[in-house]
Design a protein around this ligand. Structure first.
Ligand SMILES: NC(=O)c1ccc[n+]([C@@H]2O[C@H](COP(=O)([O-])OP(=O)(O)OC[C@H]3O[C@@H](n4cnc5c(N)ncnc54)[C@H](OP(=O)(O)O)[C@@H]3O)[C@@H](O)[C@H]2O)c1
Length: 310
């Protein structure tokens, strides 16, 4: 099978489309024939070696996590999924490999694709959908009538977070690049501010501050909270994890594989309650230049890059 992979951490020049043996699913795993896969910011952070403490030193490594496709084989102990099922899911952080003709995933990271979604639409959901849902609902404990601030509300995670929060019945303030305000209002934000916001007028306004870009200074975010409010930050660092252990409003949050949460997101998308925006669709053979361009221009607010495997 063809797979995008690399033999050492480094810049985009380490990427190559290689012919490799199709892997076999282990216990609790499935082999999926990939029909579409979607790029995330973490794909190039991992390839650069920024997350090597979590991703290790085993090469060659595949690229990409989000996929949608058809179950080709099931491993021992898999009960919920069958050969021929149309699914969406995320490959393990340590393995990646969704930008390929076949990918291995754990059963708990896979959900059934609603018929109303195309493979391309479904592939854009797993990482950003799970992270946004778990950050807003589980970590943020957002309730109807509450107020949330979403920093970077037009990014992959930010877009879903806005839709999850408005779906809960919360009031959303979002930050975006100046000039994109209309897009943020159309998405459902009630108030929109620029990235270089002055947090003073927002003092004491929010039950949850969700920093999807990881750029809000802690003191500014804390000032924006109502008493008892929570700050959720999804861009981790050693300092942030240390702060997260201390008592207080701050959580450095990592999304976790959970097929129930993923099914919830997929079904909501199938009903049209949540949507991602696809900026560009390209075949696997043309993926490398498109990924390099995406990383260089950092044009994620324009929407997701989807790689298709006919
Ligand atoms: N912890 C986890 O489990 C987890 C899971 C998924 C992702 N992540 C991380 O979370 C981050 C967001 O992921 P994503 O997929 O949403 O990435 P993304 O699509 O690149 O979105 C990032 C957003 O932040 C905006 N932004 C850039 N500079 C900003 C600033 N100074 N202030 C506020 N917003 C700013 C970007 O706007 P422009 O596009 O206009 O620059 C973009 O809308 C990435 O660092 C990713 O690695 C963590």
């Amino acid at each position: 099978m063809r797979r995008l992979q690399y033999n050492r951490y480094g810049g985009p020049d380490v990427l190559a489309l290689a012919e490799v043996e199709t892997p076999s699913p282990g216990r609790g795993q499935v082999l999926v024939r990939v029909r579409a896969a979607a790029a995330n910011a973490m794909d190039w952070k991992i390839r650069n070696g920024e997350m090597r403490a979590m991703t290790g030193r085993k090469f060659p490594r595949g690229v990409g996590h989000d996929f949608a496709g058809v179950i080709e084989r099931v491993g021992e102990g898999v009960t919920r999924l069958q050969i021929g099922d149309e699914v969406l899911g995320a490959a393990r952080l340590q393995q990646a490999g969704a930008f390929a003709e076949f990918v291995i995933a754990n059963e708990q990271s896979v959900a059934h694709k609603p018929d109303a979604l195309t493979f391309a639409q479904a592939a854009t959901l797993p990482v950003v959908g799970l992270t946004a849902y778990q950050a807003v609902i589980n970590a943020g404990r957002l309730q109807p009538g509450q107020d949330i601030f979403i920093n970077g509300c037009l990014g992959g995670v930010g877009r879903i977070a806005v839709q999850v929060a408005t779906g809960v019945g919360a009031s959303v303030t979002g930050s975006c690049r100046s000039g994109s305000e209309t897009d943020a209002y159309q998405l459902g934000a009630n108030t929109v501010v620029a990235f270089d916001l002055d947090s003073a007028p927002l003092t004491g306004r929010y039950d949850v501050v969700f920093d999807t870009a990881g750029t809000l200074p802690f003191t500014a975010a804390r000032r924006m909270l109502k008493p008892g409010g929570r700050i959720i930050d999804i861009v981790p660092s050693a300092v942030k994890f240390a702060r997260s252990i201390l008592p207080g409003p701050y959580t450095a949050f990592m999304g976790r594989p959970n097929s129930n949460d993923l099914q919830l997101i997929a079904d909501a998308a199938g009903r049209g309650e949540i949507a991602t925006h696809i900026a560009r669709t390209i075949p696997l053979a043309d993926a490398i230049p498109a990924l390099i361009e995406l990383e260089r221009d950092h044009s994620s607010s324009a929407g997701k890059l989807v790689i298709t495997i006919p």
